[in-house]
Design a binder for this molecule. Structure first.
Ligand code: GPV
Length: 793
């Protein structure tokens, strides 16, 4: 179908006309998009079948369970991975169809909030591209992450509707549906052989799988992402049909829009159990139908749980092995502990999941019994190890104080626990999870995150990809480690000029988009200083915006103040219930209004907030960045992954020594990155011992004082909107050390601006050193480590 131009064009036109009963001339871009995508999906179907056949022959399978998969668009990426992009681009151009316009039609699959969900998507791409048997299991939310609409600087949330016109990449498999039980009670039946448990009077929800192909680079391997949709089950008697239907479908209706924050709502717990119960049963069914022997399960199946959201997979597997397959507890536990591995993604306490028994027990009565039993046996082992140390055991228990602690369950039931960057893992081992580390040090390991260079370089930045290809050959496209071949070009002025031209081109593309969306003219020769990520206090967008306001004050106070023109670009969604975060978004807009419209700073400082930040928008923003803002309070950002995407596209990191920034520094060396602010150790000791007084910084630094006063003196608004921010910094002693790090940040920013303006050669060299050092941050490297050290595949 895609091997011959004429045949392709004929078939494309014919299918278009047959599907829509419309002449090719009159067809819309949307119809063309659907037709092309369907052709691609059919094209890969034989490889998909073949991949599954191959996997049936007994090699170990990995299942990556995640409550989020933030995929973005798939058409362009699939074509790249199949090696078809350029061919089809020209063949379609012949028909007067620009391929990029078709790509624009595709809605982002936004089944995730931010880093955690995007990491899952990058991992799927790497698994398939490395020809590894790894599949995703998730929820097919009818509505993905909300769409952000800005109204007068305030965030409004609109329901997202990616399934509105049907979804071309999924295959519904009703015959593989599974019924998931909720509520009811447990019958205890005493038998000669032992006690049996039966979950009775349950209300069932049908989980219907929708499979999506995950196309590996080179097209040899097509893995599967299985997303479950909740529907009515025929197993539940229908007393109140409407209520039952509503409550059932609610389970896969919405993605919870909270990033690193535990909501604790019963619907969320239902989602979690729904995902794992359906997934584990479908994993077991497939294993058994291929002739697998249950006692050997852990040798043929690895199940990974992405943070604690899917941790009920552990008691669910226990339940099946005990109740349905009659294994003994010890046999079942032996298998379970060896099958599961768990990744922790945060140390923030507000993100640690804990479920009140009062909610947990009635909803999942049998699962709760099993969790209690796991807890009892776990505590017994602790007692043997630490006789008499009640305090320690209480702290480590899985069930305590009326709550189930999901992270403790994950640790007890997994053979591997990993953090997502070196520093993060050290903090887990030495602080947050130190008791568990002392007890079982061999379980703990680090796997520094990565990103797929196929999306974040080949797809997002074709201009840079071509330049790299003509310079170092195309080897890096398959193996990102080959980006290191670029290192010698850091002193090649002809190459540096071409690199500069590529960056400029990408800045022009973004400038055009900014003008279309925001009506703001930005200068592509200004520094593009970018912070795009979820809005969160610990990520400190506030530090960035206060610095802008201070810069404005400097220019206003001293017209001879020298600075390179800068465009500050923001993109961020705030969780709808996170009032403080939303207020910071409003503050960014107010500062933008002030500085963009003042003749004194016009053309010198420009601030842009791009609405509805999402994967497809990131693909336009990141290639255009000069400076990458990674300024979280040290110790708070587990890893970050945006930092890696920017680096690979030649932006220079402005960052704290937090998360993976530490490893970025290790790769670039200190001359190719801007590091500022408190170290993690310092933050943690202030947190523990106190000793920081934000008010001192207000009193002793006139620039800080002037800038903070403007939050409340009517400069920005006269309704007192920013009093809460002012109070968080002064009244509540600035929990995230914004003022403490302010001067260090300001100075480092000044230094960056000076190099950009006065030492372009040096800046260009820094760009090269970033790109050439970024190969290690390909998720291919990460996945190889998981495969070898955790999954044993
Ligand atoms: I927990 N992360 C996230 O996006 N959502 C969550 O609910 C939790 C963690 C993020 C971390 O904040 C990032 O530092 C990290 O890079 C990312 O997960 C992937 O590991």
């Amino acid at each position: 179908m895609f091997s011959d131009k004429k045949a392709f064009q004929e078939s494309f036109k014919k299918r278009l006309e047959q599907s829509y009963s419309i002449s090719f001339q009159d067809s819309t871009r949307a119809q063309q998009f659907v037709t092309l995508s369907n052709m691609v999906r059919e094209h890969i179907s034989s490889e998909w079948i073949e991949t599954n056949e191959r996997y049936r022959k007994g090699n170990k399978q990995v299942y990556y369970l995640s409550i989020e998969f933030l995929l973005g668009r798939l058409l362009g990426q699939n074509l790249i991975n199949l090696g078809l992009y350029e061919t089809l681009e020209t063949w379609l151009a012949d028909l007067n169809i620009p391929l990029d316009e078709l790509e624009e039609i595709e809605p982002d699959a936004a089944l995730g909030n931010g880093g955690l969900g995007r990491l899952a998507a990058c991992f799927l791409d790497s698994l398939a591209s490395l020809n590894l048997p790894g599949h995703g299991c998730g929820i097919r939310y009818k509505h993905g992450l909300f769409e952000q609409k800005m109204v007068d600087g305030f965030q409004m949330e609109l329901p997202e509707n990616w399934l509105r016109y049907g979804y071309v990449w999924e295959v519904r498999k009703s015959d593989l549906s599974v019924d998931v039980p909720f509520w009811g009670s447990v019958d205890v039946i005493e038998r000669k052989e032992g006690t049996k448990f039966r979950h009775v009077d349950a209300e069932y929800v049908r989980a219907v799988p929708h499979d999506m192909p995950v196309v590996g680079y080179g097209g040899e391997t097509i893995n599967t992402l299985r997303l479950w949709s909740a529907e009515m089950s025929t197993m539940t008697p229908m007393h109140d049909v409407l209520k039952y239907k509503r409550e059932t479908e609610a389970i896969s209706e919405f993605l919870y829009p909270d990033d690193s924050n535990d909501e604790g709502k019963i619907l969320r717990l239902k989602q979690q159990y729904f995902l794992v119960s359906a997934s584990i049963r479908s994993i077991l069914r497939r294993f058994l139908s291929n002739g697998g022997e249950l006692k050997e399960l852990h040798k043929h199946v690895a199940i990974h749980i992405n943070d604690t959201h899917p941790v009920l997979a552990i008691p669910e597997l226990m339940r099946l092995l005990l109740d349905e397959y009659q294994l003994s507890w010890d046999e079942a536990w032996h298998i379970t502990e060896r099958t599961f591995a768990y990744t922790n993604h945060t140390t923030l306490s507000e993100a640690l999941e804990r479920w009140p028994i009062r909610i947990f027990k009635p909803l999942l009565p049998r699962i709760f019994m099993i969790v209690e039993e796991i807890n009892e046996r776990f505590c017994k082992r602790l007692w043997e190890e630490y006789p008499g140390e009640w305090g320690r055991i209480e702290k480590m228990a899985i069930v305590a104080n009326g709550e189930v602690r999901m992270a403790h369950l994950a640790i007890a039931g997994s053979h591997s626990i990993n953090g997502v960057a070196w520093l993060h893992t050290e903090i887990l081992k030495n602080r947050e999870m130190n008791d568990f580390y002392q007890f079982q040090p061999e379980k703990f390991n680090n796997k520094t995150n990565g990103i797929t260079h196929r999306r974040w370089l080949l797809k997002a930045n074709p201009e840079l990809t071509s330049l790299l290809t003509e310079t170092i050959g195309d080897g890096f496209q398959k193996d990102a480690a080959e980006l290191s071949k670029l290192a010698p070009y850091a002193d090649d002025s002809a190459f540096l000029q071409k690199l500069w031209d590529v960056k400029t081109k990408r800045k022009e593309i973004l400038a055009k988009r900014i003008f279309e969306q925001n009506g703001v003219k930005v200068d592509p020769s200004s520094i593009f200083d970018v912070q795009v990520k979820r809005l969160h206090a610990y990520k400190r967008q506030l530090l960035n915006v206060l610095h802008i306001l201070a810069l404005y004050n400097k220019v206003k106070a001293d017209s001879s103040y020298q600075m390179a023109p800068r465009t500050f670009i923001f993109g961020a969604k705030a969780s709808p219930g996170y009032f403080y975060a939303k207020r910071i978004i409003k503050l960014i807009h107010s500062v933008a209004d002030l500085v963009n419209n003042d003749p004194a700073t016009k053309g010198l400082i420009t601030v842009v907030f791009m609405e509805n930040y999402r994967v497809s928008l990131a693909e336009d923003i990141i290639p255009a960045a000069d400076i990458s803002e990674q300024i979280s309070t040290a110790s708070k950002e587990a890893s970050g992954t945006g930092n890696m995407k920017f680096m690979m596209n030649g932006a220079i990191t402005m960052g704290t020594l937090d998360g993976a920034n530490v490893e970025i520094l290790e790769q670039t060396g200190p001359d190719n990155i801007f590091i500022f602010g408190l170290k993690a150790e310092e933050v943690m000791s202030y947190d523990k011992e106190g000793g920081y007084r934000s008010m001192d910084y207000y009193h002793h630094d006139p620039l800080i004082r002037r800038t903070l006063d403007q939050l409340v003196d009517g400069t920005l608004d006269d309704k007192g909107l920013f009093g809460v921010i002012y109070d968080s910094l002064l009244g509540e002693n600035d929990q995230y050390f914004v003022l403490k790090d302010f001067e260090s940040y300001r100075k480092t920013q000044e230094e960056a601006g000076r190099i950009y303006a006065e030492d372009q050669a040096r800046w260009r060299k820094m760009m090269v050193n970033n790109i050439s050092g970024s190969g290690i941050f390909s998720s291919d490297r990460t996945i190889k480590e998981y495969a070898k050290e955790i999954w044993n595949i």
